[in-house]
Design a protein around this ligand. Structure first.
Ligand code: FAD
Length: 594
């Protein structure tokens, strides 16, 4: 049974990040810790009562393609109805669009809760956000009026249609055709892997589709963005558009989330409306991708948390053997040093990932605040926008890769029963796997980190972040005898050295640099997660000393971070060596001999 990790989320928001600072922005004037708490606990209740109970059922039943389209389990339809009736789709939507306009930081924390309870369900509302953002950003007033209100309320849902059989990571290969037809276009072609491309949760589905207008230049510059509704309104009433799901993929996890092959224009062409200017589709997608990538990073946190809860429960209940420091026989397995190590690994990594993901969300909120311009001018590389953009690929890549490791570790804690479906941890492992693949694979995130985020300012944003983190940890180390601070400081130093080495490689031997891009991304995740963990542990110590807060929670935080420093952060040293030296061995290898 999933329980929303409200204590840790609130600790991160209220203490580690001081999210209440957002109330100084006019658009978030109403934000307070209390408001955050009430929304988080309501989300936790919804997750526990509605979403988690249908998670395993969704896995077993999955989505089905019928003669009239795709159906999801009836329980998912009920849950979605309640989700909409309770107004949850409005949460992160700006107030000017009729939403609740809460900060992204809070909306992201809530997304973690929903996703932890039921990842397959959450994907549907998540995709709606992308469609809303695109229309808000570049949609014409007419398109906004027609589609936004019902997307915002959740009455209609949205999809993202990028992938084609020959165009996955490489969007330049997109072939879907768009033919001008008066003020609109007709679209022809196939998209694959479209999440919630068809379903019976809502009356209409608003597809955002990347396509190439006839005569457009080849490559990324020739791709445009279209809105293609499943049903469209004509003078005579509602008609079905020429788009349908022709098959569903059979896949490893997230079974209740339909992954559709979509056919556009099998008859007279699917009517589509151009969003923004022609040929700028990929640019618009990239703007939306920041939020989507953050959300998928948070899916990693959520799956890690689910794995942690499953493993912790099993560790308490399963009895085997005798542990060196326990007189019980058979003992609860969490007394065994190795099981304790695995549980601490899960807990410390999840908490570090959560702090890092929410820190990135906070930077994004700060970047779009009232005084964002002043911040941008504040110093080279130090603006919140640069920082948010730098962090997105790290959060996405690091948290989802870790989620896979952690879910596997949670299976290990279960022993043989972990491999058996009835414990539910196998589903977590299967569901988590996709997070490191869609919305740009880890390799693509790492390319983004090097090729765009580091290269564009020669590391200025990264160095500014490392400077700040190092200053903070040095101050902590000077104030208190904190062994974890010293280890975390060393991890930051490894990150700095690797950054410098990588910038040189990028100039002199770019192929070598890209060969270690993923290890570099992971190093950044380790070091930055370590920094925020030590901050959390210090705050816990201070609160405990003042006699405030939940003493067990605060002590747990300290012991978790002590473990993190002792067993997890040392990985930074090895990753630094890999980044500094490892690329040459990759490039020297002949692919023909692999
Ligand atoms: C369940 C599921 C749901 C999905 N939902 C959607 C959706 O809603 N909408 C949508 O448009 N798409 C969706 N996708 C597609 C998904 O985004 C792509 O699968 C993903 O981007 C990878 O593309 P690909 O599968 O073609 O892999 P490829 O691009 O063929 O990649 C294969 C391998 O090569 C590596 N690689 C490729 N290019 C590079 C490079 N330049 N540098 C380094 N390494 C590289 C990759 O990292 C990967 O390891 C979904 C996919 C799945 C499985």
């Amino acid at each position: 049974v999933y329980q929303a990790p409200l204590k840790d989320i609130r600790f991160v928001l209220e203490h580690v990040l001081g999210a209440r600072q957002l109330a100084s922005q006019s658009r978030f004037a109403e934000y307070s810790d209390d408001l955050g708490e009430s929304i988080l606990s309501a989300a936790g209740t919804f997750a526990g009562e509605v979403l988690d109970p249908i998670n395993s059922l969704g896995d077993r039943q999955g989505a089905r393609l019928t003669a009239t389209g795709v159906t999801v389990p009836a329980e998912f339809r009920d849950a979605y109805r309640r989700f909409v009736a309770d107004g949850w789709p409005l949460l992160g939507v700006p107030a000017e669009l009729g939403g609740q306009g809460v900060p992204l930081t809070l909306a992201t924390a809530v997304e973690e809760i929903w996703c932890g309870a039921n990842m397959a369900f959450m994907l549907c509302p998540m995709l709606g956000h992308g469609a809303i953002e695109a229309l808000q950003l570049v949609g014409s007033p007419a398109l906004r009026a027609e589609f936004l209100p019902r997307l915002v309320s959740g009455e209609w849902t949205g999809t993202m249609n990028l992938t084609e059989p020959q165009a996955g990571s490489d969007l330049a290969l997109i072939r879907m055709r768009a033919v001008p037809d008066g003020a609109r276009h007709r679209l022809y072609g196939q998209k694959i892997f479209i999440t919630y491309g068809d379903h019976d949760l809502a009356d209409n589905i608003v597809h955002l589709v990347l396509a190439r207008i006839d005569g457009a230049p080849a490559g990324l510059r020739g791709i445009s963005l279209f809105v293609v509704p499943k049903r469209r309104h004509e003078a005579g009433g509602w008609v079905d558009n020429d788009v349908r799901c022709v098959s569903l993929e059979h896949k490893l996890g997230i079974h209740a989330s339909p992954t559709c092959v979509m056919a556009y224009g099998e008859r007279d062409g699917a009517v589509g409306y151009l969003v923004g200017e022609a040929h700028h589709g990929v640019e618009y997608m990239f703007i939306m991708m920041n939020r989507a990538r953050l959300t998928v990073g948070v899916q990693g946190v959520a799956m890690g948390e689910r794995a942690l809860q499953q493993a912790t429960r099993w560790g308490r209940e399963r009895r085997q053997g005798r542990a060196p420091d326990s007189s019980e026989e058979p003992t609860a397995i969490h007394h065994h040093p190795d099981v304790r190590r695995m549980l601490l690994t899960l807990k410390s990594e999840v908490e570090a990932m959560r702090a890092l993901a929410l820190y990135a969300a906070l930077q994004s909120d700060l970047a779009h605040g009232d005084n964002a311009d002043a911040r941008a001018a504040a110093g080279a590389g130090g603006s919140a926008l640069q920082r948010a953009e730098l962090l997105i690929p790290i959060v996405k890549g690091f948290c989802t890769e870790r989620a896979n490791e952690l879910a596997s570790l949670a299976v290990q804690v279960h022993g043989g029963m972990g491999f058996i479906e009835e414990t539910g941890v196998a589903q977590t492992l299967r569901d988590a796997r996709i997070s490191a693949i869609y919305e740009g694979t880890t390799g693509i995130q790492a390319n983004d980190l090097l090729g765009r985020k580091l290269s564009r300012d020669q590391g200025a944003a990264m160095y500014a972040l490392l400077d700040e983190a190092e200053r903070e940890l040095s101050a902590i180390g000077a104030r208190a005898d904190d062994g974890a601070a010293a280890v975390a400081l060393a991890a930051l130093a490894h990150s700095r050295a690797a950054t410098t080495a990588l910038l040189v490689q990028l100039r002199d031997a770019p192929a070598q640099a890209y060969a270690v891009a993923v290890p570099y991304l992971m190093l950044c995740g380790v070091a930055l997660g370590g920094w925020l963990s030590v901050r959390a542990s210090r705050l816990a110590a201070e609160l405990l000393a003042r006699g405030g807060g939940d003493a067990d929670f605060l002590r747990a935080k300290q012991q978790t971070v002590a473990f993190h420093a002792a067993q997890r952060l040392p990985e930074a040293a090895a990753l630094r060596v890999v980044v500094e030296q490892g690329g040459a061995a990759v490039i020297a290898a002949d692919p023909a001999l692999l």
